[in-house]
Design a protein around this ligand. Structure first.
Ligand code: AMP
Length: 223
């Protein structure tokens, strides 16, 4: 199973792909996290990507693609994975299709599209900043008004067309209303994943073995 969790910045992609990953026992790959880790390491790729990220601009495709290509070839991705924040351009989508083909004729199973209003996106990023400050943490460098506005523009310009490209290629897309409470969205995401063929019963068996049936977030019970 290869799922793409699709949505605008602050739509909850990270939260819900993380929960789905836990429930299905398959890894969640966030390109934002891969890029931030690279930046933290101080690698040349990370330094270049960081200069774009802090402005709220998409990192160059060649950097993102080289990181994703290496990550999805790892052993833990063999049974499937969830992509969070990737692909974000039509070029990335096309490169992903090629990567999956050479990795054994695989394909994206489907797209779960989190639909959240612009007002709600802005309110969520502001809430994230306030929570970080209250917890004594430094907010993300791209969680400021200017960078966030630019992230929304980049989403409209480069990322929204990816959905049309999936549609044109006959890939199943399941829209989910992401404006409500986390647990409501989580339940809708689960339904969408089931429609795409996710088997939570098998995943539940695997999780029972690991003694972890309930999400770490007390507000969210996926199984
Ligand atoms: P995120 O953590 O998904 O909100 O991503 C934070 C930032 O990382 C984005 O605003 C981009 O600058 C960069 N980024 C993450 N994923 C991608 C991607 N697939 N393509 C290009 N840039 C990305």
């Amino acid at each position: 199973m290869i799922f793409v969790m699709f949505g605008a910045p602050a739509s909850g992609k990270g939260t819900h792909s993380g929960k789905l990953s836990e429930a299905l026992s398959i890894p969640c790959i966030s390109t934002g996290d891969l890029l931030r880790a690279e930046e933290k390491k101080g690698s040349p790729l990370g330094k270049i990507a960081g200069s774009y990220m802090k402005e709220g601009i998409l990192a160059p495709d060649w950097i993102v693609l080289s990181l994703v290509c290496a990550r999805i070839a790892e052993q833990d991705c063999a049974a499937g994975f969830i992509l969070d924040g990737f692909p974000r351009t039509v070029e990335q989508k096309e490169a992903l299709d090629k990567m999956l083909t050479v990795m054994g004729d695989k394909k994206v199973t489907g797209v779960i599209q989190l639909d959240v209003s612009r007002e709600e996106l802005i309110s969520r990023y502001q809430q994230r900043v306030n929570e970080d400050i209250a917890a004594g943490k430094t907010p993300r460098q791209d969680d400021n008004q200017q960078a966030f506005e630019r992230r929304l523009e980049q989403y409209a310009q480069w990322t929204a067309p990816v959905l049309d490209a999936y549609r044109a290629h006959g890939v199943e897309i399941h829209p989910v209303n992401g404006n409500g409470q986390k647990h409501e969205t989580a339940a809708s995401v689960k339904k969408a994943a089931e429609k795409l063929g996710a088997d939570f019963t098998t995943a539940m068996g695997r999780l029972r073995g690991q003694g972890s049936l309930v999400s770490k977030d007390p507000g969210i019970h996926l199984l």
